[in-house]
Design a protein around this ligand. Sequence first.
Ligand SMILES: [Zn+2]
Length: 1530
Amino acid sequence: MEQAKIVLIILSILGGISSSPPLREVSPEFENFEEIIPLYKLPDSLVPSYYNVELQPILDEGYGTRFTAPGKVSINVLCLFATNNITLHALTLNISESSVQVREIVGGSEIPIASFDVDAEKDFFIINLQNGLRAGAVYQIYIEFVAPVSREVLYGLYLSNYTADDGSTRYMAITDLEATDARRVFPCMDEPSKKAEFEISIIRLPKYSSLSNMDLLRTETEGPGIPQGWVKDMYKRTLKMSTYLFAVAVSDFEVEEAAPGHYTKPVKVWGPPPYMQAGAGKYSPDLTAKLMTALENYFRVPYTFPKMDKISVPHFGGGAMENWGLNTYRLNRLLIEDGIATESDKISTAITLSHELVHQWFGNLVTLKWWDDLWLNEGFASYYSNTVLIDVGLEDILPLDTLVSDAIQRAMYYDVTSATHPVHYNVTTPTEIRIMFDTITYSKGCAMVRMMEAILTEPVMRDAVTAFLTKFEYNNAQQDDLFQVIDDQATSLPGTDLTMKAVMDTWTLQSGFPVLYVSRTEGSGSITFRQAKFKTDLNNDDDPTPSSWDIPISLYLPTDVQVNTSAVLWLKKDAPIEFFSIANVQWFIINPRQTGYYRVNYNRASIRPIIEQLHTNHEAFDPQTRSALIDDNLNLAYAGYSDLTDALNLTMYLKNERHLVPWTTFVTNMAKPYRFLSRTAGLSAFKKYIVGLIKDTLTEINIDPQPNEPIGNATILRNKLFEWACNLDDSECIQYSKNKFAQWMTDPSNNTIIFPDLRPFVYCAAVANGGDAEWDFALAQYSAANREVTKTNLIRSLACSKSVFRLARFGVSMISSVITTLSNTLNKAYDITDIQRFIRDNEPALQPVNGTLQTAIGNIENNIKWSITLTATPDQPLTVTGVTEDDERDFYIIQLESEIAAGAEVSIQMEYVAQIPTSGAGLFYREYQTETGEVRRLAATQFESVEARRMFPCFDEPDLKAVFELTVIRKDNYTSLANTELVSSTPENLVTLIITHELAHQWFGNLVTLKWWKEVYLNEGLTTYSQYLGMEAVSPDLMGVEFAILDAFQYSMLYDASEYSHPLSNDVTTPDEIDGMFSTISYEKGASVIRMVDGFLTRETLRKGLQAYLKKMSFQGAQQEDLFESLEEAAVADNRLPAGLNMADIMSSWTLQSGFPLVRVQIANETAITVSQERFLNDGAEDPEGSSWFVPITIVTADNPTLENNIPQVWLEKDVSSKAVAHDVSKWIMINQNATEYVSIEAALNLTRYMEQETHFAVWSTFFEHFNNIYVKMASHPGYSLLRDYLVPKLDAALTAVGVEESPSHTGALAILRADLLDWACSLQSPLCFTYANQLLAQWVDNPNTSPILSVDARATLECAIVAAGGKPAFDFVFAKYQDSGSNTELKNEFLNALACTTEISVMNELLNKTLNTTSGIAPGDASSVLNSVSSGALGRTIILDFLSENLEDVITVIGNGGLQPITGVLGTLQNYFTTKAQLDKLEAFVAAHQERLTPINMAIRLVIQRIQDNISWMDTTGFDIWMWLWFSS
Ligand SMILES: [Zn+2]
């Protein structure tokens, strides 16, 4: 067997994305949520008052079962209501039932026990008593148990370790219990309101020390329960506290103590000796002591525990934990090591330290009553942890400003996602409680505290906080308790008669937040306010119960000396609108500093002056306000509330911005467009925009960090801008990174060369823009690193490589060299999370090697889980000394130090990972497709006859029978089946696996070697290309291979278009120059050029040529001429080249010069296009050398739509800059469809840029054909206005050229072109069309009997435009025309269609109502087509479903003559135009409301819905790209 080497992991690939299930199913009899809670909560009959807990964590071999903690607990409980059972929490504990005793404390009489029950779902351990307990009596419960010291999870009591300087592994045991994990350490009443006092004892070996919440009372070296050689630390009794704050640590850590004078009580920091000896423990102790003093002074409530210990833990699930008196931390959140730690680490550490310290009051002293109010802990801790930093002199790190970008705006971002929930949120089960530890609780909670303080003013809020802490100390509180204290303190809120409770209920009991509409009439002093819930898509009108809030409105004016954040006005939740008058000022700011948790949507008259002010002097607004303006305006524009152009225009002021926080907001908001643009033509414009903005600031703060520059603004800002500059290929940034990295490569042990904060970006840029040398160096440093952060930075930099083949090698190296050699350090769940995050962060760059990386994860999991334990009965020590494998016989042999005694029963525990192949042997998987085409997988077993060994180590022979117990862990969207009935189930995430293959190559380089390094591509390019072929050959269906090669292609083009590029064949002499040849050019461009040869010669011919080359040059040195010669022979033999071309000329044009051509495709006339070439350069600069190439061009057209092979129809020769190609331009055309040619094509959308000068009918009709789909789909999208802005000038220009007004020259094709242009221009409401339409109406009214429109082609369009542009009078006029038109059906229909063009809602309703009334003048026979016309219009689409819904029966009886035809007609029209989720929801709601009536057309409805779903996904992909393209092209 090969278990150790194999890797698995599947079950849940492509499991389909199901929306997360409701948190709990509420059965009808439990409508009221509150009634369910008791089912998961402990009964109220008993209240604990005191625990005595003793634990003996066994970390070493030879003292009983290693990695367990035998323990004892006594619990004193007061009986409130008579009961005959005791319910405790216990989970993963091995409880000795025979040890359990219950006795009454007074008198000591024992209460006999009847039986025990376990409720696994609720984690209950129930002691049933023979006689009941009496109300009012106090009892003591005594239990002995064994708790695990877990190696698998980072909660409960668990194991961590570090590597000592001598290379040995040292262990520690630590607790992490919030929210519901105390029950994993000792039986207890594990709810926050069940507070009690604790006496804790730890039994340990003398080589360790222990810590707990309290001071040490004494250490005993002998006594009952203390094994020989162990000692017992006994701790003083705590004050009343919740179980989740219980803490113990057993370690051999070293300590740093705070200097005296900063605080009245001892403060100590503990950490692993290698870190402490490097001085990493010096930063935190004094800072902690100062913070304690500052917090005591601020809250005016003393800290009542005797000391404060802070311990760092190498493996920690969260960032830190506030256990009373013993805070626990992730290493880099407590220890700051010179030369390793970054400035950001220092800032995060300061904030984390103070966060945990605030919890000593908010959380520890006053605890939430239940987890539904978790924000009372976390919101306050998040807010005051920042404000208190000012009091200890850390204002440089801008704690108040960064709150805006890092907490408030982050909360707003999260609060509109589907994962959001109200701040106060009902939760009951441990799984639900865990969900509460999210951005809403922390960041929105923080926003709530900050908003309350802004409303009350700081002194009033502080008084309320002191009162709250005093009133509820050692007790529990709910949010209403807090609001009550505030309302008692501040008898009224400034500016309103509302109470704080009334206000805050609107903010804490519902999710989301409002957008405040602010309108000021130009030049007037009156402002109006109204509110609506903010949505990420304005068109989403699916808000069944409109939310509203009590909104405090604060104001900042140019005349204000100081920002005042308390409200001058309130917009109450039930008030539709408020007015406010201000003096005549140039501008005004609503909600300065974003203290109110809402967005402000100014009308144009209000935002324009603000933008102007930002551009002239942005410092008129403080940084928090500037940040808020950026965040609001970008997000409002993204969601379609306001104009994106205005928002982008606003951001242009950033050229002058030097403050961190507005920049943070900006770059955060640029992530989305960047992600989408990274694969589109808009990227270069985007780069220009961003780099243009950041350049000045980056230069001013200096790209190179200066010694002793202040922490805060400059450093963190540089980090952010530097990262963007490098990602966007800014040459200065890349050059800086390459230089620094090169210096480091010459002096690897020097850790002062690269500034710690910049390391991730410098490494990344250097590896991305470097060659094998940089790569190999980074990999070597990674292997040698002994600090987590260094490893993380380096592993991430490896992923930055632009070479997918290097990445593929990376995956392979990871497994073979890194993972295997580092299995000692990379063996924790933490490592997996980190690597998984790194894979996620680097999608899609890592897509091609995803399988390899997943394999690496599997290996680490192996390392974590790999352990073999043998226990024998009777007790006999069995030590594993080694394992061997016998591949031939499938044996796995465990060697033992001593023999197993005959007659002993041995239990073997092994952890392993099995493979799930597709073949039907062992555990295997199969795929099937659902009705909707979604691929699902299932796993099953087939063991007969010798395949069980493939799934688990076993005695796999038929006569070795045994009894089996089987557990299957699955994702919750799967079910499992086994031989016997299900006992219980636990969900867990499993990782996916896609198998990839190592790529082999031995020919190019070894068999045939280079003559000299000038043509490295002959080795590397050919090898890279054959790797690609190998990948494809071995696994043709492997997702991502094609993608990988295209990516390689694009990356090399990116590089090749830059100034760093070099020719494939390049004269080099010095070692440095030779080194430079191992570049993306030699690898990927080399491969891409060979791939192009594959295209134009065909693979068969290329293979012939390569074989001849290998044969001819075996064991010799080759140069490129040798290759060309062999290729030429093959090309001639197979007749692959047109006359006059030869391989040497073609190839030399690609290998002797750098760069590649941009092929432009333009329409020459109706029967031809021109293709032209010029060198493509990244910055669009002109090519001084006028380079050209032999360019093969493949073309597919409507007439010839499939490409048999990639043989080019056209060659553009070197020195020929352009060439005409016959083509019927009314048909579509695609150039380089398979992207085999190493060229960049500018066609498609960019072609349309030239349309303004175009008056060819055929060209325009192609254009209309292309854009019709885009126009229809985008009609309901926020991008519509951009599309309109893009098209209207082109249409108007062409229309002006053709002639808007009718003229005799408009005949034939020109008449049709004019009609088409008018149709488009009028639909897009072009001013040119509307002016003309009004003019026509006036003529017509003057002379009603003669239509001024002669053109048959344009008549319908213009009649429609007349109604659209002319309002109600035009409607009435055309309606009269309709009635007069007698029996002329064609004319009647034309007028009816025109009537549906109205843009006024009241008129539209009038028209719709007329269709239902047989006496209105609209004939019943015409009504149906009116409905269809209305449905296809912009306004009609939004109201037609409401109309149908209200009048369904009338529509069916009057219009449909009893049938459903009118409904089918409308739905059939809507399916073309509905493109958003909101529209689909609306349609589905309509269908649901009339389900019974619509049954006959169910099938048609299903097709309509399917079509709309297709539209939605089109909008999410192509539609978004087009939107972005329009945005950055306009
Ligand atoms: Zn916290």
